[in-house]
Ligand binder design. Structure first.
Ligand code: ADP
Ligand code: MG
Length: 416
């Protein structure tokens, strides 16, 4: 590998070494190859395209689904002294023109574009006239209906890239590792021949647990658990905005420093609650799944699912926000089958094929929750990985061990 790359890693990004597959991925992109990256959340996917973008001539286009994240990333890059911009619907005409001028001058190393903006004809024409180094498609699972965050506009990306430049290298990145989604992405982007870099999804520092959700005392259990974690950061996911408000209030009256977060809150309030959580002004965020994408708080010690998620994929993503610092994280889900039935009812207005997909995902979720097999085994199997032995660090493994210990004690007592 080029010494300059290592130098840039340190000089520009301040990192001493690459993590996992990063170096091989950067190298592959620099060679101009199509690249498909599957890495868990928090593993460091951004660097995989940011570093080559800085090194290569021209501007790299980064397609990213969330406008809020885009600004965040661009601000971070600017803070590193990298010339980066974004193009989306929040920009005024003047600002847009300024960005375009920068890109055409060749100064911009990364241009973040929302898929909605990418598909606009005037932008396609503009990008055609710019010198583009490669295209990175972040959160590439948005292409797949099997993903947890399907975006129809993502399906148009491939044909637009074709219009911008014939042989533009593409790098697709996602944290969604199910074989179904992976195939969908590759087929849709015509990237079957791309070099695949997939890292393990095993989060060894996370303890997985499922508790039955009994009508009468689940709230009591929840309060007790959260109070026992005082001073630690935690996220509690609920299905509906109403439930979020209710649980946040319940925790507050019980002396827990908690705030709600959902898309129905006024944006100033949403931002404040998120910031208060990040700055440790509050311990707990009670949230819908609107919370968390791209949030990088390293010391979240627990993630609770008060309601069952819609898929194992979503469950993995949401629980994955615990223990980013590598220290222990507790993933606790309260489960009852009625919640699955309730979610199935929500799906009834969807088009037939979407409804069928959603149903399969839910049944897989239920199977996980009801299983007595090592949780990590089930989860990893879902992502196409296998574990040689039970993990020893989930509720099912612990139960087995406790039963074994109890038997052992009885035997010792009899022998004695
Ligand atoms: P992902 O997109 O895979 O979820 P990010 O790209 O947001 O992950 O990176 C997660 C965190 O890891 C960020 O805080 C980033 O600065 C950090 N990071 C990435 N690469 C490295 C590295 N080589 N050394 C140290 N920290 C890194
Ligand atoms: Mg990312």
């Amino acid at each position: 590998m080029d010494i300059k790359i290592k130098e840039n890693l340190k000089k520009i990004f301040g990192f001493n070494q690459f993590r996992g597959n990063q170096e091989a991925i950067v190298d592959n992109i620099l060679q101009g190859n199509n690249t498909f990256v599957i890495m868990p959340t928090g593993a460091g996917k951004s660097l995989c395209y940011q570093l080559p973008a800085v090194t290569k001539e021209g501007t790299a286009i980064v397609i990213s689904p969330l406008i809020a994240l885009m600004k965040n990333q661009v601000d971070q890059l600017n803070a590193f002294g990298i010339n980066a911009h974004f193009l989306n619907s929040t920009l005024s005409k003047t600002e847009t023109n300024r960005v375009k001028k920068e890109v055409l001058s060749g100064a911009t190393k990364l241009l973040y574009v929302a898929p909605e903006s990418l598909t606009k004809e005037e932008n396609v024409a503009f990008l055609k006239s710019a010198q583009i180094s490669f295209v990175a498609i972040d959160e590439a699972h948005c292409i797949s209906e099997w993903g947890h965050d399907f975006r129809p506009e993502y399906r148009k990306i491939k044909s637009i890239i074709g219009q911008i430049g014939e042989d533009l290298p593409i790098i697709a990145l996602t944290a969604t590792a199910t074989p179904k989604v992976q195939q969908d992405i590759q087929r849709n982007l015509n990237m079957e021949a791309a070099d695949l870099f997939k890292s393990s999804f095993n989060r060894t520092n996370l303890f997985y647990e499922v508790r039955p959700k009994a009508k009468s005392d689940t709230k009591k259990h929840l309060i007790k658990y959260v109070k026992s974690q005082k001073g630690k950061s935690g996220i509690i996911y609920c299905l509906s905005r109403k439930k979020v408000e209710e649980i946040a209030e319940l925790l507050k009256v019980n002396g827990v420093n908690a705030v709600p977060y959902h898309a129905g809150l006024e944006s100033a309030m949403r931002i404040k609650n998120q910031d208060d959580f990040l700055n440790e002004e509050v311990d707990v965020v009670v949230a819908t799944i609107a919370f968390g994408m791209g949030i990088d708080k390293p010391d979240v010690r627990y993630v609770i699912h008060y309601d069952v998620p819609k898929s194992l994929e979503g469950y993995y993503q949401e629980t994955g926000r615990a223990g980013r610092d590598g220290l222990e994280g507790h993933c606790l889900m309260f489960y009852k089958y009625e919640d699955i039935v309730k979610l199935e009812k929500f799906n009834k207005d969807k088009p037939v094929n979407e409804r069928e997909n959603a149903k399969v995902l839910l049944q897989e979720m239920a199977a996980y929750a009801e299983s007595s097999v090592c949780r990590r085994r089930v989860l990893l199997h879902y992502f196409g990985e296998s574990l040689n032995e039970d993990c020893g660090f989930c509720d099912n493994c612990k139960k087995k061990r406790d039963a074994f210990d109890a038997k052992d004690e009885v035997l010792t007592a009899i022998e004695a």
